[in-house]
Design a protein around this ligand. Structure first.
Ligand code: GLA
Length: 372
């Protein structure tokens, strides 16, 4: 039995006096292909070895009870009221959003523990959604597209965030030693091996700007507008030659990011197959610049982390990862240079922002599973 699952079982037995089944779903780091998923383009995430574990057992009280070990907070609801609940604007919305997608029938006790930093752009919420769906009895075979889609619907419909499929897909389909090149239109994925000569290091800026959710909605709308002006179903089908058809200069820049970013995913995968880390590094940086200037979802802290990273010898490249406005960067670094990389960033970031960044050396890991 693995460590976190065993600890969760013990905590569950102490709290609820019964023995749970355990479900696990990982977080993700997106290597390249940012904000392309809801434009039906390409993304290239890896599932990581930080994960959410959920313990679950039926109860006789007709209640859905949930407790977060991370936040030391719990809530409960009568099962028959779940369909009528409104969002509470906190972490329990992910649980209720998923519960509403399933037929519970009877009461359940849930205990949640995540090794992911919460709200830091490593997809703690999608891993929670997927693990809760498994905990609450979603019973299909793994991995499953249906499960990823159910978890995404929980977020789209209950929380009302028009997010794409990437995070839930990575949590479900993650694979040890490979990145997932997901075609967000066909929903097919290709496993991409990464060069062993680079460590993947995520750096947590430890900031999250308020803007994130409203800006996300706005970007989704701007992309839809750009697609309408070019008369394509989605920006996946648009080309650089068609950009002048877009009247609004902001929508034009958003579209330019999506078109060039889709191409960068394709180029990054090709460079990875050639083990061309220099080219991969250049693409990471080009992606960051495009997110910074055309898509405008970066922030001062993320730009500083990237600019500092690329000044360190042994760093191939880096970029912001995830939705933006805070959260993490992802960096490809020569293994022998990782210590120097961390020391340099730590010092520079603290001097500049008086904040200690947090580092995660991540490895491509397997997707969601039932443990017991
Ligand atoms: C968030 C969303 C994803 C994706 C990224 C940006 O993580 O949940 O669907 O759009 O932002 O690439």
């Amino acid at each position: 039995m693995v460590g976190p699952a065993q600890l969760l079982i013990e905590a569950f037995e102490a709290r609820y006096k019964s023995t749970p089944d355990i479900a696990r779903a990982p977080g993700r780091v997106n290597l390249i292909g940012e904000h392309t998923d809801y434009n039906l383009g390409y993304v290239l995430p890896i599932a990581i070895d930080l994960a959410c574990h959920v313990g679950c057992a039926p109860n006789r009280d007709g209640l859905l009870r949930v407790y977060s070990e991370n936040l030391q907070q719990g809530r409960e609801w009568p099962v028959e009221q779940i369909a009528a609940l409104k969002p509470a604007a906190d972490w329990t919305d992910y649980v209720i959003g998923v519960a509403r997608q399933l037929t519970l029938g009877r009461g359940r006790d849930l205990l949640i523990h995540s090794t992911l930093p919460l709200g830091s752009g490593l997809s703690s919420s999608a891993s929670l959604e997927v693990a809760v769906a498994l905990g609450l009895g979603w019973s299909g075979e793994l991995p499953s597209l249906e499960l990823a889609q159910l978890a995404r619907r929980a977020e789209n419909e209950f929380i009302g965030l028009p997010s794409g499929i990437m995070d839930q897909y990575a949590a479900v389909f993650g694979r040890r030693d490979a990145a997932l090149k997901i075609d967000c239109r066909s929903l097919e994925c290709e496993f991409v091996e990464l060069p062993a000569r680079a460590a993947i290091v995520a750096v947590n800026s430890m900031v999250k700007h308020e803007l994130a959710q409203s800006a996300y909605r706005q970007r989704v709308a701007e992309c839809a507008q750009a697609a309408r002006e070019i008369q394509v179903e989605s920006l996946r089908d648009a080309t650089l030659e068609e950009l002048p058809l877009i009247q609004d200069p902001t929508a034009l820049r958003r579209a330019r990011h999506i078109i060039t970013e889709n191409q960068r995913v394709i180029d990054f995968v090709a460079a990875s197959r050639r083990q061309d880390l220099a080219a991969m590094g250049r693409l990471l940086l080009a992606s960051h610049r495009s997110l910074q200037t055309d898509y405008e979802v970066s922030c001062e802290e993320l730009d500083f982390l990237v600019d500092t990273a690329i000044s360190v010898p042994g760093v191939f490249g880096g970029r912001m990862t995830g939705g933006g406005f805070g959260g993490c960067t992802v960096n490809f670094v020569e293994p022998a240079a990782v210590d120097r990389f961390q020391e340099t960033i730590q010092k520079a970031y603290r001097d500049r922002f008086a904040i200690d960044p947090v580092f995660y050396r991540v490895n491509p890991s397997e997707g969601a599973s039932r443990i017991s």
